[in-house]
Ligand binder design. Sequence first.
Ligand code: UDP
Length: 367
Amino acid sequence: MRYDYLIVGAGLYGAVFAREAVKAGKTCLVIDKRPQIAGNVYTREIEGINVHVYGAHIFHTNSREVWEYVNQYASFNRFTNSPVANYHGELYSLPFNMYTFNRMWGVTTPQEAAAKIEEQRKAAGITEPKNLEEQAISLVGTDIYEKLIKGYTQKQWGRPCDQLPAFIIRRLPVRLTFDNNYFNALYQGIPTGGYTKMVERMLEGIAVRLNVDYLAQKQELDQLADKVIYTGPIDAYFGYRLGALEYRSVRFETEILDMPNYQGNATVNYTDSETPWTRIIEHKWFEFGDQPKTVISREFSSEWKPGDEPYYPVNDEKNNALYARYRELAEKEPHIIFGGRLGEYRYYDMDAVIAAALAKSREELRR
Ligand code: UDP
C-alpha cells in the first residue's frame, strides 16, 4: 500500500495534518517512535488520574477557530491555570498581579504597585531591555525578578538571565488587577478524559504504526508515500550536518501518594535556585479530581544531549541562525514538510501548533 502522506510523529501537528489530509480525500500513514500516540501531550491514567506524562499541558487560545477545532475532538473543562510560586516557603500568586505585588511589597492599590515597579526599573537604569533579565526588571522590578524569576529561569534554561532572549518572559502577563489567570486567553481548559483520547479521536480511522524510528529506516519508509510530514527535530533529520541545535530537556520524577491532596494546586513553581526541581505538578487538579490518592511529578530541567528527549528549543540568536541554515536545506527538499515545535524549532504553544498545522494542510491540500 502506498500513501499520499507519511506523517512522522503522532503529536498534535501530525494528528491535525493527518485528519485534514484524510478529510480532503488523501491517504495517510502516521508513524511514531514511541509506543503510544499524542507526542508530548500524552496523558496516561494512574489511580484514576490523567497524568501529563511529558509535562503539564493547559490548553489555551485566543483563536476561535482553533478552539472550535479542538472541541470537535474533546470537551473541555473550565480549568484556569493559576500557578503558585514557592520562594523558600513564601508563597506568591502567578502570573504577576495585584496579589503578587501585595504579598511582595504590602501595596494595596494598582497605583502603589505601578509606582514600586517604576521606582525599581529606574534604579536599575533600564531603558531598552536587551535580554530576559532587563526585560523582567523593566516589567516587574528587581524584587520580583530576584525572588520569582531569576532562580526559576536559570534552572529552566541552564543559562544566566542576561544571556536569554527577552521574549521568553513576555509569555507571562503582568497585571495591575487581582487576576490569577496565567493566560491572557479567551478560551482555556483541559480535555475531559485526557489529551490522549483527544488525539485518538483526531486519528480515528487513520493508519498508525508505533515503535517505528523514521530516521533509522528512512529509505524504506520513504517508499511508502509521495510526501513526508516530519515533526521531529530538524537537525536530526539532516544528521546534524551543520551542528546540533540546542534544546532543553526535562526529566520527571513521578510519585503516587496515599493522600487526597498534596499541594492544593495543579502547579507549584519553586523559584529559588537551591531547590533542584523547577516545579511540582499535582495532576488531579487539572480535572478537579476527587480520587483518594494523588499523583505528583517533580520536573527537572537539563541541557539536551543525544539520546534525551528534546522539549524546548533554545531560541537565542546563535541557535536561530543555525536553524535558518537548516531551513535553507529544508527548502531544497520538495517532498518533505517540517512542522511543529521540533520541526520548526519554535517555542510553540499547543494552539499555535494546531493553527500552523491547519494553515500548512490548507496550503498543501489546495494543490
Ligand atoms: N518564569 C519565571 N518564574 C516562574 C514562571 C515562569 O521566571 O515562576 C519564566 C521562565 O523564564 C520561564 C518563562 O517564564 O521559562 C515562561 O514560563 P512558562 O510558564 O510560559 O513556561 P512553560 O510552561 O512553557 O515551561
